[in-house]
Design a binder for this molecule. Sequence first.
Ligand SMILES: NC(=O)c1ccc[n+]([C@@H]2O[C@H](COP(=O)([O-])OP(=O)(O)OC[C@H]3O[C@@H](n4cnc5c(N)ncnc54)[C@H](OP(=O)(O)O)[C@@H]3O)[C@@H](O)[C@H]2O)c1
Length: 292
Amino acid sequence: MRTRSLGPGATAVGVVGYGAWPLSDGAPRPREDDAVRAIHAALDGGATLIDTADAYCLHEGEAGHNERLVARALSTWRGPREEIVVATKGGYTRPDGAWVSNGRPEHLRRACDRSLAALGVERIDLYQLHGPDPEVPLAESVGLLADLAREGKIRWVGLSNVSVDELRQAREQVAVTTVQNRLNPFFREAVADGVVAYCDQEGLGFLAYSPVGGGRLNKKLPAIAALAPIARRHGVSHHAVALAWVLAQGTSVIVIPAARQPEHVADSQAAARIELTPDELATIDGTEFSIA
Ligand SMILES: NC(=O)c1ccc[n+]([C@@H]2O[C@H](COP(=O)([O-])OP(=O)(O)OC[C@H]3O[C@@H](n4cnc5c(N)ncnc54)[C@H](OP(=O)(O)O)[C@@H]3O)[C@@H](O)[C@H]2O)c1
């Protein structure tokens, strides 16, 4: 698969990675063997980046559920494990299924130790702050990530759900490798607010989350007429065209689509094999992707 750099001094990864969240979500949660099959489909198809988080679970009692699934899939995969980058996150808890920020250093330290155990590794490849905690100065959360990197518990540091100002501030304390923000044809704020341009300029990897629009909006893609001729020309699905558009938003962009179904995984990976023309990109730029 075509690759891009994950960030300064970091390895290159396939431009279509894999986001594992829905494998631990409800509505309905897949059987564990099916979840492992979906992850294997991504790896077999050339994905070399898997995104997970301690908080990808239904409630706090099963924190680390998604990380344990990823660990199980990797331990039973026949390919070269050492080529796979696992990215996880800390900074949220899930009391009664709610999403509650916790960026306090003592929490992040505990969360990182728990993620190390759940993933069954001595060092996490990429550890991301899931999002700034409004109750905690960013410098305190980032300072703890810097400590974890110094101690060798994490190899690379990432930030998620951040602005350019927050990134600049964090980079005064620690070498940031990646940024993970939302980017898809429905939600383009990462382009509008300059985060993608900043990552391009600084050589940071930009991990586009919910790249086909997320669990609800992705279902609207097949009905978007403007995508049909483009999909036909390239011999791919509307979803793959959407992913190719996201990849074209910056030289730093890597997409991490999720899929429970192996055929969706393969379908999305076709985005790595096509390049949209300037006219096709302009058509998608000018198309309304309604979120109603
Ligand atoms: N940092 C953050 O705050 C944050 C927030 C959200 C997500 N994320 C990360 O980003 C990853 C992806 O985001 P997401 O799960 O929100 O949304 P997404 O990847 O945009 O959408 C996932 C949904 O799209 C469907 N899908 C994907 N590719 C398809 C294809 N080629 N054809 C048909 N359907 C397709 C999947 O269906 P099936 O399941 O039926 O296969 C799945 O339900 C997550 O898993 C997570 O790792 C991070």
